[in-house]
Design a protein around this ligand. Structure first.
Ligand SMILES: [Zn+2]
Ligand SMILES: [Zn+2]
Length: 334
């Protein structure tokens, strides 16, 4: 039996453990991939911390997978052996529920999420449903393109939810998603206000480098009112801070899968048709649109790489905000 190296989560709150697992076999409709890189996401932390309560266990995390097809399972036809593909969080849907049928497959009643319900990409190999894989723009390296697959895709959906009437855009939490979306928003002519942890001047400097017109602490008011605010940090109080900073008719969009409680606030902050909404998951259409747009901007990703065995270290550094941009696990083969 062929085996592969993988980082395994055996139970919430446990450190990931480097182990050998059997190489998975592709079933009907699946491709077997050799993984080259896999981005690290806040959602991985929420799974490790037990804040998302339904993971398959034991589990290989990782849902921003860049790999090449090494074996195509029965009935597959989209990709050839050797072709590079990306695997996102949305691993499969039932295709038949009311949400799938009306173009909201991100809300599918029976979804399969990569690195949550099924094993993901912090391993030398993985299998994926070919219908949910993406072709990747050739201008990016494996490491550069990995953060586009969740930080980019979900960030893009979050940004689109801000709507049409946006001249001034606030971004709360300037990490992987924000640094990508700031470039898209700049390309589309928006004025960008970036908010970071109080006193995090290196993140503020990074935000200015990646297109922010103003960067400051999340406790500050921006110099102009915001038409929309995107929240990428998992902190409920930011929703109230963002509402205070928005114009009439403004939209506050929460891009994360988990957030601490939102404190009570006076109705006057919501009055005048302000809106709070969340974004859940992605559709394949989001992915296709964004992966076509990214090379035109062109979006550049700032990446800190870690070898597979240091995935746990990458997660802890993400938790503590120790690097700017995105973290990506790279896999080298013996
Ligand atoms: Zn993610
Ligand atoms: Zn469905």
């Amino acid at each position: 039996m062929q085996t592969m190296r993988a980082m395994l989560l055996e139970a919430p709150h446990q450190p990931l453990r480097l182990t050998e697992l059997p190489v998975p076999q592709p079933e009907a409709g699946q491709v077997l991939l050799k993984v080259h890189a896999c981005g690290v996401c806040h959602t991985d932390l929420h799974i490790v911390d037990g804040e998302l309560s339904q993971p398959k266990l034991p589990l290989v995390l990782g849902h921003q997978i860049v790999g090449t097809v090494v074996q195509a399972g029965p009935g597959t036809k989209r990709f050839r052996t050797g072709e590079r593909v990306g695997v996102p969080w949305l691993g499969a849907t039932d295709g038949t529920c009311r949400y799938c049928l009306r173009g909201q497959e991100n809300l599918c009643e029976h979804p399969t999420f990569t690195g949550y319900h099924v094993d993901g990409g912090f391993a030398e190999n993985t299998v994926a449903d070919e219908r949910f894989c993406f072709s990747l723009p050739a201008t990016y390296t494996d490491v550069e393109v990995a953060p586009l697959l969740c930080a980019g895709l979900i960030g893009y959906r979050t940004y689109r939810m801000a709507g049409e009437n946006v001249e001034t855009l606030g971004i709360y939490g300037f990490g992987a998603a924000a640094h990508i979306i700031a470039q898209v928003a700049k390309y589309e002519g928006k004025k960008i206000y970036a908010f970071t942890r109080p006193g995090d001047t290196s993140a503020q400097e990074f935000a200015r480098r990646r297109g922010a017109d103003w960067a400051g602490d999340s406790t500050q008011m921006p110099p102009d009112k915001l038409d929309a605010a995107l929240i990428f940090a998992p902190l409920g109080p930011l929703v109230v801070a963002a509402l205070k900073a928005t114009n009439k008719g403004g939209v506050v969009v929460c891009g994360g899968i988990h957030m601490s409680d939102i404190p009570a606030f006076p109705y006057s902050l919501l009055w005048e048709e302000r809106l709070i909404r969340s974004v859940a998951n992605l559709t394949r259409k989001d992915g296709e649109e964004f992966l076509a747009l990214a090379p035109r901007v062109p979006v550049k990703t700032d990446v800190t790489t870690f070898p597979l065995e240091q995935t746990g270290e990458a997660l802890e550094q993400l938790r503590d905000g120790q690097f700017v941009g995105a973290a990506v696990i790279t896999i080298t083969f013996a």
